[in-house]
Design a protein around this ligand. Structure first.
Ligand code: AMP
Length: 387
């Protein structure tokens, strides 16, 4: 690992790539976890470097109007508050070098601004990378959440500057390695959410190392259907029923599926919920959460685990009526004396929302990146900051 402590940043112009791709609604930040997580690296750099240039992407920018919803200005304000530090926000039509000469810490507008013109940021355009690199002497990559993408601001830029990883990147890799490489056993994997396809790579890479694979969320209905059960109008990933059948046939001793489910007749929070055994699901039922008996069985199975990895919510947790399973899973996992690693995306958001922010060994800030890392893939941005 090319650690930040080995970077000679004193008196230098240092570019820090963060992942400030935070959920926004009407320009208001909905969850600032990723900003808070960047503080350690930024404080370290700001206290040593001569100038600090902060880069990040947010959302997608295909046309100029997209910048209204995806400007980094609200992030810049929040970061200034958290750091208690003036940060000057720069747009790309301003004289950035002039601004940098007068200010010590600046944040550039969303790097995906350059996607308007031929996807230059997202396609890792080398001239754009050179342009970003021109503002600094050293590059620190702390944007784990986007490591699986090869962009000008996280890959190409490293061709021009000595590059190191920030503290958040190091924390992510160290913790995810507890799952990826020789996890302490017994090792339990809990997967939920809606898309089986997103998790096939992780299952393939880790199932032989795992003692238990517990499947919850909408994903479970693909497996229950594969077993021949009626799942009504529950979400099913039709394309992966065959995959589920094979997995059940080969790993029947490891796989645990729900045995009770909260169902409703409609996909909303007002619909009356009913607790049913999985064998009793009717054609007009939608399974939206796991029930207490399933939680009891999961709890028994994970009790002695030394490593637990969770990715994906246990139900449609955005509806308060169907958040029981997701909350209960967090509660029981948090009570096990194990390395407890929560994958990013919805599960990370739910863990923070339900008050379990500090209850696990690690909550990843990267959704797709953490899954791809655990699939055993080489993430493009890592090769520049890992030796
Ligand atoms: P994913 O992106 O695959 O991790 O899926 C996350 C989404 O799955 C969340 O928005 C949840 O609301 C949704 N989800 C989880 N369980 C269910 C379910 N039983 N029915 C419908 N959606 C679900």
């Amino acid at each position: 690992m090319k650690k930040i402590e080995n970077a000679k940043i004193v008196g230098k112009k240092v570019i820090v790539r963060c992942d400030f791709n935070v959920p926004m609604k009407d320009n208001v930040i909905q969850d600032d976890t990723r900003i808070v997580e960047s503080i350690k690296t930024l404080k370290y750099v700001i206290s040593r470097a001569k100038k600090v240039i902060i880069l990040s992407h947010m959302g997608r920018i295909k046309k100029l109007e997209d910048l209204k919803e995806n400007s980094l200005l609200p992030v810049c304000k929040r970061l200034s508050e958290l750091l208690n530090q003036n940060i000057t926000f720069c747009k790309y039509d301003e004289d950035i070098n002039e601004i940098l000469s007068k200010n010590d810490v600046i944040m550039l507008e969303n790097t995906r601004y350059f996607d308007i013109d031929g996807n230059k940021e997202s396609n890792n355009d080398i001239n754009l990378a050179k342009y970003f690199a021109s503002f600094g002497d050293i590059f620190i990559n702390d944007a784990f959440g986007v490591c699986h993408r090869s962009a000008a601001s996280n890959c190409g830029i490293c061709e021009f500057l000595p590059s190191y990883m920030g503290f958040l990147m190091e924390k992510e890799l160290t913790n995810l390695d507890l799952v990826r490489n020789n996890p302490k056993k017994p090792f339990s994997i809990i997967l939920g959410g809606s898309k089986v396809s997103d998790k096939i790579g992780v299952i393939s890479n880790l199932i032989d190392k795992a003692d238990k694979l517990i499947i919850v969320g909408a994903m479970a209905f693909t497996f229950l259907k594969a077993k021949g059960l009626e799942v009504g109008k529950s979400l099913v990933d039709i394309d992966n029923i065959e995959y589920a059948k094979n997995l059940l046939a080969n790993y029947s001793d490891k796989i645990i599926l729900p045995n009770d489910i909260y169902t409703a007749k409609e996909f909303n929070n007002k619909s009356i919920k009913e607790l049913k055994k999985v064998e009793d699901i009717k054609k007009d039922d939608i399974g939206l959460d796991i029930g207490p008996d399933t939680i009891k069985i999961i709890n028994e199975n994970i009790q002695y685990s030394k490593t637990i990895f969770l990715n994906g919510p246990a139900g449609a947790f955005e509806f308060s009526n169907f958040s029981y399973g997701t909350k209960e899973l967090f509660r029981i996992i948090s009570q096990v004396n194990a390395n407890t690693i929560i994958g990013g995306g919805d599960s990370a958001y739910a863990a923070v929302k339900f008050g379990y922010k500090d209850s696990f060994s690690h909550i990843s800030t990267g959704g797709g990146a953490s899954l791809e890392y655990l699939e055993g893939k080489d993430l493009p941005a890592l090769k520049y900051v890992c030796e």
